[in-house]
Design a protein around this ligand. Sequence first.
Ligand SMILES: *Cc1c(COP(=O)(O)O)cnc(C)c1O
Length: 390
Amino acid sequence: MDYDLILGMIRERFGAKEGEFVPLHAPTFAGNEKKYLNECIDTTFVSSVGAFVDRFERDMAAFTGARRAVVCVSGTNALHMALMLAGTERDDEVLTQALSFIATCNAISYIGAHPVFIDVDADTMGLSPRALRRWLENNSVRDAEGVLRNRKTGRRIKAVVPMHTFGHPCRIDEIASICEEYGIELVEDAAESIGSFYKGKHTGTFGRVGAISFNGNKTITTGGGGMLLFNDEKLADFAKHLTTQAKVPSRWEFVHDHIGYNYRMPNINAALGCAQLEEIDGFLKSKRETAEVYKKFFEGEPGGIRFMAEPANSVSNYWLNAVSFPSREERDRFLEYSNDHGVMTRPIWELMWRLPMFEKCERDGQENTIRLADTIVNLPSSVVRRNVNN
Ligand SMILES: *Cc1c(COP(=O)(O)O)cnc(C)c1O
């Protein structure tokens, strides 16, 4: 396989000349970003008070179909808050995937809970409902009080955190029904999947609470930021309370009724978010066109490189396009060649149980997880601006 053909195709798609660097994912600011940021500065509302926060929450609820949305300072904070709202406590176990960005496990760890790693599906790269059921059947038991526990450790099994990898929805409806059957909370890590739908429903809206990220490399950005998605009004109100220092409303008294968090997104970031969300349809269209270009190219190419197309029953946002190589050696050869020649590509994250903090965590066979970790490469996936503006 001639790697120059691949790099040529990528450069052509992004309008980059020979020698011009192609990043993996750069943000696009082509709308009202400057206007809204200027409004913040002109009115002095840059911080914890201002109209853009409320508007961004309303706009995100409308876009995702969630009943309510609540801003956070980051996607990681949003996940931490989501797990707390789902009732996760110290020493609980949380079932999740090892094939994820570190933030998923960090959020679980902030609570003092323990991740347990369940395998992913080979096509979605997200948590496998079959593997989840198999693990629960073999490892869980209900105690005399009706609490679901891990047979070996005796710890309570509290929540499942599936992740929609690179924007491809996992089999979330099957996971939701397993959670219901076993009485486990479903918390979706939808950090990467704004604009991704499973059977017509937006990712992050299937469980008790979902978390989205607006980090600089995500599909839309607020600089840094996150959003919680809810179907439950009361829980959303409580989230708002906890993310704003749990202050009891009063004209001047400082009274607080919980350990609260300063997790509220500043108005200046929300201003950026409102402007970005206005542009999202064009962004998604451009990303889908890029995915089509990649898909066509690799269909016609020998060499066993496979494009990871959106799974059945779903619409992916194609946040980061991915291909799989026949072997880890070939993957490494391509990573080296492309990065040496000005086209940024990346392998998937190091698996969580290969990191020192999580190496002792329980896990199942991890067959698909290991294969994907060995073979997946992300290709440049930024919005192509000429697509958006015409
Ligand atoms: C980006 C990301 C996060 C965290 O988001 P931040 O906004 O960077 O804190 C969490 N989980 C996954 C899977 C992510 O990709």
